[in-house]
Design a protein around this ligand. Structure first.
Ligand SMILES: [Zn+2]
Ligand SMILES: [Zn+2]
Length: 261
């Protein structure tokens, strides 16, 4: 991988993308060590959607009694996506990075975050990339893709793929329509907004059938987008669909926890 590293040196600015501190030669790429350390992993999250759990549940998991500990949302709703891995909480530096990653000039940063996500998956989770036949970045609507000529989820997937060697299939899931911005919508409204927003074109159905996939997205809020993309794959006979996101918002999980508390 040495050659790749040399190539990265050519394209990466030699300053941190967030604080502009000069980057050290040893391992700092895209972000300085200080900014990188500001990303907050979710410890002992829900085994399905990655949401932080009430303390009582994490305690019981530590004692080894509860094997499949889920958050209140996942306990009461059925989702097409089996498991979501979230690299960081959507807060502090993760918000700034996520915003930068949406701009095409920060594609190298998004790819570097993809590598960091892959390293984290290997080190911190019971992760087995060989379970997956392909990575599938969440697609944009064709019009937005045409206008921006860039999709940050693809850039993230590129970084993950370079670590794992897992192929990327970015044509197997299509966005069927323009979806209004999720903005201030409730969980139910987000689900309705995203319903059937994706499909797998019939010509790809034989390649999806019986296979396992890892969806890749930059930010998860309610999970409605990931779930509908997973649903489209399941409709074509996908065996398993998991997802990995750079950052996970806590709004939905907090709202449900406070209602059920
Ligand atoms: Zn920095
Ligand atoms: Zn959950």
């Amino acid at each position: 991988m040495h050659g790749w590293g040399d190539w990265l040196d050519l394209i990466f600015p030699r300053a941190c993308a967030l604080c502009s501190a000069p980057l050290l030669d040893t391992g700092e790429r895209g972000l300085c060590g200080g900014c990188f350390a500001g990303l907050s992993p979710i410890e002992n999250g829900c085994l399905r959607c990655g949401a932080p759990l009430p303390e009582s549940k994490t305690k019981s998991r530590k004692r080894g009694k509860a094997k499949a500990v889920r958050c209140p949302i996942c306990e009461t709703s059925s989702l097409a996506v089996t498991r979501v891995f979230a690299f960081s909480i959507y807060a502090g530096p993760a918000i700034k990075i996520a915003r930068k990653m949406k701009e095409s000039q920060h594609e190298p940063l998004a790819e570097q975050m993809g590598r960091s996500v892959a390293d984290w998956l290997l080190a911190e989770t019971p992760f087995a990339i060989e379970h997956y036949d392909a990575l599938i970045p969440i697609p944009q609507h064709w019009f937005r893709r045409l206008a921006a000529r860039y999709n940050q989820s693809e850039a993230l997937a590129n970084g993950i793929s370079r670590r794992f060697g897992c192929p990327i299939e970015d044509r197997w899931v299509h966005r069927t329509r323009w979806t209004p911005k999720q903005g201030m919508k409730t969980i139910a409204e987000r689900r309705e907004n995203m319903r059937r927003a994706f499909e797998v074109p019939p010509k790809f159905a034989p390649r999806v059938h019986g296979r396992s996939f890892l969806l890749v997205d930059d930010v998860m809020t309610s999970g409605a987008t990931l779930d509908q993309a997973a649903w489209a794959l399941k409709q074509r006979g996908a065996r398993l669909v998991d997802a990995v996101v750079f950052a996970r918002g806590l709004g939905a999980a907090k709202a449900v926890s406070s209602k059920t508390a």
